[in-house]
Design a binder for this molecule. Sequence first.
Ligand code: PLP
Length: 373
Amino acid sequence: MIPFIDLRKQYSRIEKDVDQAIKKVLLHGQYILGPEVAELERKLADFAGTKYCLGCSSGTDALLMAMMAMDFKKGDAVFTTPFTFFATVEMIAMTGATPVFADIDPKTYNIDPAKLREAILKVRAEGKLNPKAIVTVDIFGQPADYDAIQKIADEFGLPVIEDGAQAMGALCKGRRVPSLGKIGCTSFFPAKPLGCYGDGGAVFTDDKELYDAMFSILVHGRGGDKYDNVRLGLNARLDTVQAAVLLEKLKIYPEEIELRQKVVAKYREVLDGLVTLPHVPEGNVSVWAQFCVLSPDFAAIQDALRKNDIPSARYYPIPMHLLKAMEYLGYRKGDMPEAEKVADTVFALPMHAYLDDATIEKIGAVIRSVVKK
Ligand SMILES: *Cc1c(COP(=O)(O)O)cnc(C)c1O
């Protein structure tokens, strides 16, 4: 069986260093907020190009911390994409705010800035909800259109939270994810481009006040002292062991981003003309969290791949506005036509930095045998 994401191959490359780093934590015993966490936060902030970074327990908690720091609440409208992993929308709703969707660009699958502007104008005209913020997602590893989005954010005075859970280190006109919003969030879930060996995440910002708020929220709303709680918070710390793993993985991550470009170049060569290939606008570098293609024949292709022991997956078969959990928002099928179209035909092929040419050729041959029938 070909692995969908080959974490074993990566581990065999850094095995000694990772083992040693974990052992070091076991010996010093500072499992909670040990020195590795602060070191990682410094290195991640440098890599992303932000002033501050805070490690936390998951990408989901990163989003929640950012939204709590910005005081999302009932009566707020938060504008976001219908084509993402549920956590983005789930955390907006969790704060009591109302997610308001703007359809995607059919080429990049990221939020369409023109539709975003329309959605904000509509909420303003209705006057029921208070426009609060924009939450962007860098879907499948590719940054959204931040030039256009920031213009709209400035026009309406709305802060941007960047959900960069899939895109740590991707580039948008020379700036790295997740440094493109007021607060950036990322995830170190094992299958993400930069993953640890469990759950983990981080928030990034240049804003001291928001950083201080998130620093407090991270540990039960701490004040100057641990038992001087000044607000409601969470227990959302990043484990020291995971920080130690991430420090080792971060060392090879820039090279892995390059390797991912090579894998995708090979996929493009092999799949040309067979399926709709991903579009990367000028100025963007994706980190390819997923290699997703579109085909009306996806079911037959997935079936043939399965018979050849090649895994594939569907991200995401149901857009957010049509999920049962979001029924209360009152959206209907047809409200987000572009997201619905993509959701109906998208599927993901094996993707990781160590995928070799022979495997990609084999995957291509199977897909060719279905499409060219
Ligand atoms: C994975 C993911 C998250 C959640 O990250 P976790 O670390 O799994 O909590 C949030 N948003 C997007 C877009 C994701 O892909």
